[in-house]
Structures are given as C-alpha cells and as structure tokens.
Design a protein around this ligand. Structure first.
Ligand code: CAO
Length: 560
C-alpha cells in the first residue's frame, strides 16, 4: 500500500482553469485514467484523469478552485509499494490545448505573387495531444462568408471538447470534413477564398501553433456555450446552445437518446451532472416526465380516431420527384433556420396559441416621432427615434398592468407553477441575412426612448453582422415582432417559449375613422397579439391589446 499524489497533467497552454465538477469522493475506488474532476477555461472544458488506480483518501481541491499543470488533485491509496512522492502526471491522457490556435495556411494556388484573391487551406491547429477527435458539429457550409477566428467545427474526444476557429476570413469554397469524421492536428478542414491574399508556397502546408493567434482565438468551449443563434419566435437560448455538461455526460446522453437540453443541471451554473442525467432517465421511464418530443406527439396521438401510436392515421410526408416537373435546385438550410425551425415547431405544437388582432391609432405618436427626429436632424450625434422604441415602452407598461403576460410556465402536472417576472426585458425580432434572431433590450422599464432606440440600432446591426452573443439574446420576457417597415396587415406570430405572449405589428396606414360627425384620416397600426391559452384568457388578451393601443394613441398615459 502506498499513498500517491495525483496531480493535474499537462493541459496545454491554459493557466488557472476552474474546477467545475468533482467526479469522485473520498472512499471511491478509481481506475487508472478514470476521470476525477472537470476543469473549464473560457476556451474548453476537459476531464482530468487519474494517473493511478486506487482508493481516494483525501481530495485536495474544491469546486471553484483554480488549478494548473502540477496542482495536487487528491491522494490515492494504491496497492503497490510506491513512495509517497508524486508519480509523474500522465501528460498525454487528457491534455488538450484549450485554445485551439488558428493554423497557418498553405495556398492551394501555386503562384507566389500577390493576387486579388487566393484559395487557402484551413487546417486543424495544434489541439494538444489528441490524435483523432470526432467532429460533432459543423457550423459552416460551402458558400458561407466567414471571419478570422470564426468557429468552423466542434471536435470532441472522450475527455474534452473544443471549437476550431478559422485562420482566415473569406468565402468557403470547399468543406473537407463532415459530422462524425475523425480529425487531428493538421487535418484539412476547408478551402477558403481569401480576398487580397498573397498565395504562399505550397510547401508551407504544415500547420504550426501560432502564439499570437492563439491568444486571440475565440474558441469558446462547446460545453460552455456554443455560439448561439436564436430564432425569432423562440429565443430560448438554453435550447440553442449545447448543454452545459462535460463531454462524457454529453456522450452518455447521446448513447441513451436523452435530449440533454431538457435536463436540469444541479451542478455549478446549472451544469448537468451524471446524477441529473440518471434522474431524468428515471423520471421519463416512470412516466413522471415527458420529453418535449413526447409532449409534441401526445396531443396528436390522443386526438386521432385510430388510437395508439404516434400520429396514427397521419399521412406520410409526400415524396415528390420534383425534377419530373421542371428544373430545381437543392439548397442547405442555414444553421439559424434549422435551429429556429425546430424551436418554432415545438412551440407551435406544444403551446395552445390564440391570436387577437386590433388596431392602434398612432396619428399623434407618429407626428411626434417625426417631429422629434426633425428637431435632431442637425445634430449628428442624435439617435433616430423609431416607432418600435415606443412600442417597447408601451409593452413594459402593459406587462406591468397585466403581470400574467410577463410570466413563464414551469414544471409539470400538479407541480406546475407560473413564474411571474419582476424585470422587463423585451425582445424584438430582427431580420438578418441568415434568418431571424431576437435580441433583447434588458431592463426596458429603466430606459428612455432615445436609449432604447440607440440600443436597438446597435443590437440590430450586430444581429445582421452575426455578432450577437448568447447573453444579448437571452432573458426576454415578451417579444415584439415588427413587420411595419415591410408591409402586410396582420399575422399570427408564434410565441417565443418560455414567454407566454408575443406582439406582432404590421405597417401602419391612413384609414377613415368615424368621429361621430365625419370620417377623419387616422394613422392606424395593426396589432396581432398571440398568447398562451394555458396562462392567459381571451378577455385578458383583449384588454391587453386595448390598453397597449391606448398607450400608443396617447403616449402620456405611460406616465399615469
Ligand atoms: N408602419 C409603417 N412604417 C413603419 C413601421 C410601421 N409599423 N415600422 C417601421 N416603419 C418604417 C420606419 O419608420 C422606417 O421608415 P423611415 O426610414 O422613413 O423612418 C422604415 O419603416 C424602416 O424601418 P425599420 O424596419 O428599418 O426599423 P424598425 O425600427 O421599424 O425595425 C427591426 C427594426 C430590426 C425590427 C427591423 O429592421 C426588422 O428586422 N424587422 C423584421 C422583423 C421580422 O422579420 N419579424 C417577423 C418575424 S415573424 O417570422
């Protein structure tokens, strides 16, 4: 018997990584290379394996501690006669360069002279000692315009996961990897057309770590937060990023078919632990919990006349040989569209939607808005005031008056609760080249029209540039979807779960309105409020619309 110190092995260039999970406790018997703890930097998360087999005698670190290569993790009683001195940490076991660095590229073009554009190869950079890691996510497709350091793929070993950034900005001409492929340092990822690039000699192909690029590489650990894109009608950020869980938990979830984004994590920052996964599986097996997929199937199954089975009696999706009828082109769906599609489908199936239409007389408000912008015309620093900013303020006032609209459903069956929010974060749907996203104006109750207009302009620009972060799309209480700048009369917006209502707005038009003596030309704004009938009643929805419209008709009511 001997007491052996187990230390953190070589974990690449990262320093001071936080311990976010302890996977063993005193008294546990651990095997060689069994994962002991999970550490996480802002670039990657990885499990630290044991360098010996034995019984855990003492744990020397706690959750939240910062560790480095050589930090003492625990004392292990081993069967051998080794001295108390620490064995060398197993350097190759779980070491991962936590910041995948952008690799230099080799020019595909052989010309060495400067060119207007050149094709360059983007490789997997130095990712530590991993020899062959699986591609579990591909973020880009042929034709995409990418930026330097934009994440291209996520790779995952059984110990760590990380995003691999691009070394170049340009247009993707060819993608050399697909889901499930195994890659290693130096694997060719993509061929990128780079504007104004100088083609390098082909011999410079071998990728090497570039420290300066490494420092800037924004490869956020997938286990922490994938770059989330949030669909217009469902900015449930939690569902659009990869769940906060270690690679082994995610692997287990995949093997079991568990939708990890539906599992509630009990670890620090909601991290999903093995016990949470087991608990979820048990609850589903016991029938106490349904996955969203099961829920989506349930109403259709019960409403069918045939009984039993999912969607019995429902016809199969039509398979058509389109080419038979004429020329066609097949196009990939954008990542945002795929994510939003799945979320919209769930929300549409799960939430009993009702939409109330109404009109707001915004004649005076629009005149005031136009006048305000005119007054500020000569001031280059002035912010252009938008109608949407007024609607956001009106939404806050209406949410205050009707608190059940500023709510979310939580839990199931008898344990179901309505979470009433005391904060007022308003999302607005923004149209971007890649699809719809919903940036959120936080604490809109504490902001004025100018501030909201400015923030909205900035967020909308970021959205169009694909630069919105998950935090800027999360926490919304209520969403406004405005098609006013485009046209249309009314529509039926789909609610952004877990919100319970959404206001759709179309283009205002001058309409004749009877004032008791004559028709007057009034500027009327069409409103379409969709609401969750599990939480809100029709009468409340009608009152909400009437109140919302009254605020826009006379904005002074906001301060009453
Ligand atoms: N009625 C009439 N005109 C309107 C209007 C309305 N309801 N709302 C905006 N406009 C006008 C604006 O005044 C502006 O005109 P001026 O330039 O003369 O002032 C013009 O339309 C363009 O406005 P905008 O759309 O650029 O600005 P916005 O503040 O109204 O909206 C944003 C910003 C980000 C919401 C918008 O650009 C956008 O992306 N809208 C689409 C959202 C969407 O697709 N929702 C649907 C989701 S359902 O699947």
């Amino acid at each position: 018997m001997a007491l052996v110190e187990v230390k953190v092995p070589d974990i690449g260039d990262v320093k001071d990584v936080a311990v976010i999970e302890l996977m063993v406790k005193v008294g546990d018997t651990v095997a060689l290379e069994q994962s002991l703890i999970t550490v996480e930097s802002d670039k990657a998360s990885m499990e630290i394996p044991s360098s010996a087999a034995g019984v855990v005698k003492e744990i020397k670190i706690a959750i939240g501690d910062k560790v480095n290569e050589g930090s003492l993790v625990l004392l292990l009683e081993t069967a051998g006669e080794a001295a108390v001195a620490a064995p060398a940490p197993a350097p190759a076991v779980a070491a991962a360069s936590a910041a995948p660095v952008a690799a230099p590229v080799a020019a595909v073009a052989s010309a060495a002279a400067p060119a207007a554009s050149a094709l360059v190869e983007v490789f997997v950079p130095d990712i530590g000692d991993f020899e062959s890691v699986a591609v579990i996510e591909v973020f880009v497709k042929i034709g995409d315009t990418i930026k330097v350091e934009q994440s291209l793929i996520t790779v995952e070993s059984d110990k760590a996961s990380m995003e691999i950034p691009s070394s170049h900005a340009g247009v993707i001409k060819d993608l050399k990897v697909k889901l499930g492929d195994k890659v290693a340092k130096g694997s060719l990822l993509a061929i990128v057309e780079v504007k104004g690039a100088v083609a390098a000699p082909a011999v410079a192909a071998a990728p090497t770590a570039a420290a300066s690029v490494a420092a800037a590489a924004p490869a956020a650990a997938v286990a922490v937060a994938a770059p989330a894109v949030v669909p217009a009608h469902d900015p449930t950020v939690i569902n659009t990023k990869l769940p906060h869980a270690s690679p082994s938990i995610r692997r287990q979830a995949r093997e079991l078919g568990v939708p990890l984004d539906e599992v509630k994590g009990s670890g620090p920052h909601g991290r999903i632990q093995e016990i949470d996964l087991q608990g979820f599986v048990k609850s589903v097996m016991a029938g106490a919990v349904q996955t969203l997929a099961q829920k989506a199937l349930a109403p259709a199954a019960s409403s069918s006349s045939g009984g039993g089975g999912a969607f019995p009696g429902l016809l199969a999706w039509p398979k058509v040989d389109f080419e038979k009828f004429g020329a066609i082109e097949r196009k990939d769906m954008s990542r945002i569209k795929k994510i939003s599609g799945a979320n919209l489908h769930r929300n549409w199936v799960v939430i009993p939607h009702v939409t109330n239409h109404d009109d707001a007389d915004i004649t005076e408000l629009e005149a005031f808005r136009v006048q305000t912008n005119k007054e500020n015309e000569k001031n280059p620093a002035a912010v252009k005031v938008t109608m949407l900013a007024f609607m956001i303020k009106a939404a806050v006032a209406a949410l205050k008056k009707f608190p059940e609209f500023n709510a979310s459903l939580e839990g199931e069956g008898d344990a179901q609760k309505l979470v009433l929010k005391k904060y007022f974060h308003i999302g607005f749907a923004a149209d971007t080249p890649n699809g719809l996203v919903v940036p959120v104006i936080k604490d809109a109750d504490k902001k004025g029209i100018f501030e909201i207009s400015q923030e909205m302009g900035e967020l909308a620009k970021k959205a169009r540039d694909g630069k919105l972060g998950p935090a800027e799309m999360s926490g919304g209480c209520f969403t406004i979807s405005s098609l006013g700048g485009i046209g249309g009369r009314y529509f039926t917006p789909i609610i952004n779960a877990p919100e319970v209502a959404i206001m759709g707005v179309c283009k205002s038009q001058i309409e004749p309105k009877w004032d008791g003596k004559a028709f007057q030309p009034r500027l009327m704004l069409p409103l379409s409020l969709s609401w969750d009938h599990r939480v809100i009643d029709g009468a409340a929805a009608a009152r909400f619309n009437v109140y919302f419209a009254s605020l826009l008709a006379d904005f002074r009511r906001i301060v009453l």
